[in-house]
Design a protein around this ligand. Structure first.
Ligand SMILES: [Zn+2]
Length: 228
């Protein structure tokens, strides 16, 4: 642990995590681009597939809407809408269908009371609050030599890390549900399933990378408290 909290070691770890994060973000874009031009033989759009999976789970009250942007797809549990981006909504590609089925996976998690998503909801306000003010407390603490303020800053940052940690099972589970449904409902066939799976794996890697960056940053913050 002492070695991990050495100033130079934390610098190097942050750099490694940042490189990994850059790679993950490049990889998700290129993988999605690739499988956005591989079309499913059944020819249904991602929005139609999302509707089909929602209905088969009895989730008739959840709407599917169109949002702008690239990879901005998400499920909004408050408004009960699945938002699919321009490159996904009308597309019949295996990448788009994978993304749509993943977002439906989140809707099913809420409907079935999947525990990690409940924990994530509990941590969310603290993480949101922390992300706004941790840096101010931390810097003020350093500037005015107020260790308590600095430590509260670090604890709030740790709440963000915790939120990112609990996001991992939520994301992996949504993707697993998506692939299982895609196979069991015969939405995609053979090689097509592989394309959807690779798209979702690339997306999952960005969450792992974001967590890695935050953990190394947390170590770096803690290392500053060890200086004399
Ligand atoms: Zn997700």
């Amino acid at each position: 642990m002492e070695f991990l909290l050495n100033g130079y070691t934390t610098y190097i770890l942050v750099l490694i995590a940042l490189v990994f994060s850059l790679y993950a973000s490049f990889n998700v874009n290129s993988t999605f681009k690739k499988y956005s031009s591989v079309y499913s033989s059944r020819g249904h759009t991602a929005a139609q597939i999302a509707r089909q999976i929602l209905d088969s789970n009895g989730l008739y009250d959840i709407d599917i809407v169109h949002v702008n942007g690239n990879l901005t797809d998400h499920y909004d549990p408050k408004r009960k809408i699945i938002a699919l981006s321009s490159t996904v909504y009308d597309s019949t590609s295996v990448g788009a269908i994978g993304v749509a089925a993943h977002e439906v996976g989140h809707a099913i998690q809420y409907a079935k009371g999947y525990i990690p998503i409940k924990i994530r909801m509990l941590i969310l306000p603290v993480a949101q609050f922390g992300s706004r003010i941790w840096i101010f407390l931390f810097i003020l603490g350093l500037l005015f030599s107020l260790p308590l303020l600095r430590d509260i800053g670090i604890i709030l940052f740790a709440a963000i890390v915790l939120f990112q940690l609990i996001t991992l099972p939520v994301e992996f589970n949504a993707s697993n549900r998506a692939i299982k449904t895609i196979e069991s409902q015969g939405i995609l066939y053979g090689e097509e399933v592989k394309g959807a799976r690779k798209t979702l794996s690339a997306a999952a890697m960005t969450y792992v990378a974001a967590l890695a960056v935050s953990i190394t940053q947390l170590l770096r913050l803690i290392s500053t408290t060890r200086r004399r």
